[in-house]
Each structure stands twice: as C-alpha cells, then as structure tokens.
Design a protein around this ligand. Structure first.
Ligand code: UD1
Ligand code: MG
Length: 441
C-alpha cells in the first residue's frame, strides 16, 4: 500500500513512574513500540519513528529487534526543547514533516500496542484529506474529546484544556490519523503552544483545517485495540487484552488450554501439533512447544519442548531442549538437553546432557557451579541415577551405568560401572533404649 507511517515515540512518559522510556515497557514479553512497528510493516515499507527521550536506547533496541527490515525504518530526533508535544514531534525538521516516500501519511502514537493491521486499514479506507480514529467511551478521562457535527470532526479538546461540559463528551480521540502530506505542510507551521501543557498539539491541526472547510472524517474504532498506555495500570490492562488474543490464537490453532484466563503466554511462544496446557502455566520468551502436555503451575522460559510431559510445578529455565521426556513435580532444568529421560521428582538438572532411557531419581542434584565457574554433566543412555545423588560437575557418565542412591559422585564413570560412595550401614542392637535411658521390658 502506498502509505508512509509516522510513529510518535519521543514523549517522556512521566505518568509511567519508571526510568524506562514509556514505549520500551513490555506487554507479553515484548516492547510496546514493537507491536505497532510490526503492524505498520504489514501495510507500509516506509516507517518513520520520532524519538527524543533516551533516543539511543530506543533506536538500539529497535534496530536489534527489526534487523531484517531496517531499510524500511527511519528514525527522527524531535527538537523537543523548541517544539515539545505530539505536534512538536513533527515540527522543527528541515523538511516538514519528514521526507516521507508517499503523500498519504498514517500517524500513530507509539503507546498503542493493541492496534492491528485490520484496524489501521479501516482508517486508511475513506477518501478524505484527514481521517481520525475515534471511540465512544464510558470513561473517556485522559483522552482528547472530539466534537463531531454532521458526521465531520470539528475540533479536539485535550482533557487538560477542557471545561466541565466538554469533559462530559464521551467521543474521544483514539490517537491514529490518516493525513495527506500537503495538510501537514500547511498546518504544522501554524500550531502554537498556547495551552495548559505549553505543548504543540498535533490535535490542533483538526481545528485549523476544519475552520478552512477541510473534511475530517471520523472512523469509529474498537476501544480494545486503541487503548493508549499512559500508566502502569493501562499497561496491565493492555497485557490482559493481548494475553486473551495470544491464548485464543493458540486455541484456534488446535492447542487445548484449560482455564485459559489463568495461563500466561508471551508474544513469541510457538505451538505445534497436539499440545495441552493446564491451569496456571506460564510460558515465556521464544519457547516452542510441540506435541506436549504442560501440567499445572509449570514455568517454561526460552526452551524447546517436544513430545514430552512437564510438571505439575516444574521450572524449565532458558536454553533447554527437551525431547520425549517426562519431567515431574518440583524439577528444575536449566540450559540442558534431555532426550528420552525420566526425571519424576525434586531435582535440579543444570548444564547437562542426558540421553535416552536414563532415569533420574528423586532429589538428584547436578552441582554445576563451583563458586567460580559453571561445569557440564554428560550422562549417556540407560543410566540409573539413584535418589539423593549429587553429581559434582564436570562429570562424564557413559551409558549403562548404575549409580547407587545417596552417592556423591566426583569421578567419571565408564560403561557398565556400578557407582557407590557411601559408608557402610551399622545397626547397633539396643541403641535406642540406651540413648533414651529406657529399660527393655
Ligand atoms: C494523545 C492525544 C489525545 C488522544 C490520546 C490517545 C495529543 C495532544 N493528544 O494524548 O487527544 O486522546 O493521545 O491515546 O496528541 N510524543 C512525542 N513527542 C512529544 C510528546 C509525545 O513523540 O513531545 C509521543 C509519545 O511518546 C506517545 C505519543 O506521542 O507515544 C502520545 O503522547 P501522550 O503523551 O501519550 O499523549 P496523550 O496524553 O495520551
Ligand atoms: Mg498516550
């Protein structure tokens, strides 16, 4: 589509009460700005992002996340000191607004991570010099109020500049605008900052254009997709909406999720085949779950799980690859590759590789850290690790090895070994009675 997109991401975001720039706050594991960029890239090959506060951090993280399409993304530094505000974001450049590739320009606030390609396309549909996204809200507080007469927008009044009667208007500015470049060129230089916030409001273009009899078409949009995030409360509300979308997407794809509202998924999680997710599960990062059952209250981070059942109450930390494996309750696994393994209860398996047919008894711990460095534990096929064994890494245990319960293992084991490291048990007859000074009847 021949449209350029400008995303406003220069604001300080003081209402977030956080040192992080507002647009880098995450929902479902991903920076809110990145959701808008992803949707914008579906409709345009010419994206312009306006930055100012902590611009180096925003530019760096964005470039890393979108390294495959950097030719389509341009950054512009707002001249904030002279031109603060959403209108100011587009002013002060040598060419006003920017050297965009196309005449039709879609302007998005960078704090609206829930917008979708479909909603953006709706705003681009009307043939009108200016199209404005609006919604009718039960509680419009915080948003600019929109005055619509005869189906045309007349004016936007910001909450901070509104009198009590304007505040009762429930039609609000949703924050996305489709504007012809010539309109911006005409009206941006006419903006002033004579208002409560002493800022140059982009929204004042509406009033100026409407006085010149230019048609401004309102497009009514869904509140859920246009939530503007100005506070941590808004952030959590947006995450709720995004989570519902991610879970529904997985369910529609064939994943069974029990009590879906209790399940937390992040935006990059991928499912394949027949997967079952029980209540209270949390799957984050770039995890991929293939034909597996994830039982209640299990946490999986940045890991691949294939043909396995995990949990309940297991913790799979980043960097695991788990195939054809059973992981039971209270088992923690980190940066390990397990193939065809059974680890049913109460274990820590870190930095290890375990092969098929091996059984990890209850309470087995890989002691992978010596206080300075991490070490690996390699376990071959058909190894039986008895309960309460400590595997002091680095260790190499070949296939077909039997490790007795309670062993503290410090040396490698060869194919066929039985490993025991405990002192012999001694039963002292009558010791109980002597200890408690009792006489045997
Ligand atoms: C803005 C609109 C309001 C609308 C609401 C929708 C204006 C004046 N008001 O208010 O009518 O109802 O969005 O969510 O536009 N930004 C800059 N440079 C700046 C200031 C802000 O790039 O100098 C960016 C911010 O990073 C943010 C976006 O513009 O991504 C919107 O700014 P914000 O302060 O959130 O505006 P709102 O008060 O929400
Ligand atoms: Mg906002």
């Amino acid at each position: 589509m021949s449209v350029s997109v400008i995303i406003l991401a220069a604001g300080a975001g003081t209402r977030m009460k956080s040192p992080l720039p507002k647009v880098l706050h995450k929902i479902c594991g991903k920076e809110m700005l990145f959701f808008s960029i992803k949707e914008a890239l579906k409709i345009s090959d010419d994206i312009h992002i306006v930055v100012f506060h902590q611009y180096d951090k925003i530019i760096q993280t964005t470039q890393k996340a979108f390294e495959d399409c950097l030719d389509k993304i341009n950054f512009h530094l707002q001249n904030y000191d002279c031109y603060p505000g959403t209108g100011g974001a587009l002013m002060g450049a040598s060419q006003t607004p920017f050297p965009t590739k196309y005449d039709k320009i879609l302007i998005l606030n960078g704090d609206m991570p829930l917008i979708t390609q479909e909603e953006l396309e709706k705003i681009l549909l009307p043939i009108s010099p200016i199209t404005l996204s609006v919604f009718t809200l039960e509680n419009p507080s915080g948003y600019g109020r929109v005055i619509v007469e005869n189906q045309k927008v007349q004016k936007i009044i910001e909450e901070k500049d509104a009198c009590e009667s304007i505040k009762t208007i429930s039609t609000a500015n949703a924050g996305v605008y489709a504007i012809h470049k010539s309109i911006l060129e005409t009206y941006l230089p006419k903006l002033h900052n004579d208002n409560a916030q002493k800022e140059f409001y982009l929204t004042d273009i509406i009033d100026l254009a409407s006085k010149d009899k230019i048609d401004i078409t309102p497009v009514f949009v869904d509140e859920k997709s246009f939530l503007g995030i100005n506070s941590k409360l808004h952030l959590s509300q947006a995450e709720d909406v995004m989570l519902e979308r991610l879970r529904n997407q997985a369910i529609n794809q064939g994943v069974t999720i029990h009590l879906p509202h209790t399940v937390y998924l992040e935006a990059d999680v991928v499912f394949e085949g027949q997967c079952h997710i029980q209540p209270g599960v949390c799957i984050s990062g770039k995890s991929k779950i293939v034909n597996s059952v994830i039982k209640s209250h299990t946490v999986i981070e940045d890991s691949l799980i294939e043909n396995s059942d995990i949990g309940p109450m297991a913790h799979i930390r980043p960097g695991c690859q788990i195939f054809n494996t059973h992981i039971g309750n209270f088992v923690e696994v980190k940066a390990s590759k397990l193939t065809g393994v059974k680890a049913g209860h109460l274990s820590y398996l870190g930095d290890c590789q375990i092969d098929k047919g091996s059984n990890i008894g209850a309470g087995v711990i890989t002691c992978n850290y010596d206080g300075k460095k991490k070490h690996k534990t390699i376990i071959g096929e058909n190894v039986f690790v008895g309960s309460d064994t400590q595997l002091i890494a680095p260790l190499n245990i070949q296939s077909n090895v039997l490790i007795a319960s309670g062993t503290t293992m410090t040396k490698d084991a060869k194919e066929g070994d039985l490993v025991v490291s405990r002192i012999k048990q001694e039963n002292k007859s009558g010791g109980f009675y002597r200890f408690f000074n009792l006489f045997k009847k």
